[in-house]
Design a protein around this ligand. Structure first.
Ligand SMILES: [Zn+2]
Length: 228
């Protein structure tokens, strides 16, 4: 197989990059920060490395961790009607349902809006912290980044905010509703997530992990003729 001389290897896919939207295959090239690689067919962004992106992603991950902790323990909203008021945080809500039939639902909601985003932030920091300092990545960096990408669609802070906003509009007719700091923490989180998505270039992160000498294959045994 002489594909290697051309810089790619069809049997392993090394040196090739597929468009995530239309599957067109491209030969990978070294890119300088600031350059953007687009699909020749549908113009999707394939890679967009930029200077200092890793450090920015780490900072955003820490920001989202802080916001998430605040989102759990600060009051989420205060409902008052006819002089009686009650402020509760998500943590209070979770405790209130801790013994009912709704417990699985409460746990699932908390896992998706709090647990997964925090876990993702940890995994990203674990993957990127050494790379941002130009050191060798930790041993499980490839696995950590893979998990963080798997979790991405399941982190639902934004959907939670939209759902709450819709519910609040309905409740607002019955009682006075005041939004607490936790609600605004969730709103801030949306923007942090947007920024993080803008700085994130999966291709560059995988490349950085590979360039540092770490294997990124998911499962060696499932590849045909590994090393043959
Ligand atoms: Zn494409």
């Amino acid at each position: 197989m002489d594909d290697r001389e051309q810089g790619y290897d069809l049997s392993t896919g090394q040196g090739l990059i597929a468009c995530p939207r239309c599957d067109a295959l491209h030969v990978e090239e070294e890119m300088d920060p600031g350059e953007t690689a687009r699909c020749i067919r549908c113009a999707s962004v394939l890679a967009k490395p930029r200077d200092g992106a890793f450090a920015q992603l780490i900072a955003l991950s820490f920001t989202s961790m802080v916001l998430l902790v605040g989102a759990v323990f600060f009051p989420f909203l205060e409902v008052s009607t006819m002089g009686f008021g009650n402020a509760s945080s998500l943590f209070d809500v979770a405790l209130a349902f801790a013994e009912g039939v709704l417990l699985p639902l409460v746990l699932a909601v908390l896992a998706m809006i709090i647990g997964l985003p925090i876990a993702r932030a940890f995994l990203l920091v674990y993957t990127l912290a050494p790379l941002a300092q130009g050191r060798a990545p930790y041993r499980h960096a490839a696995r950590a980044f893979r998990w963080s990408e798997i979790m991405r669609p399941w982190s639902m802070a934004e959907i939670f905010v939209i759902g709450t906003a819709v519910a609040l509009v309905k409740v607002a007719g019955l009682a006075t509703v005041q939004l607490g700091p936790a609600f605004w923490a969730f709103c801030a989180l949306i923007f942090v997530n947007l920024a993080s998505r803008a700085f994130m270039c999966q291709t560059s992160i995988w490349d950085a992990i590979e360039d540092a000498g770490l294997r990124t294959e998911f499962d060696d045994a499932s590849r045909p003729e590994a090393g043959g």
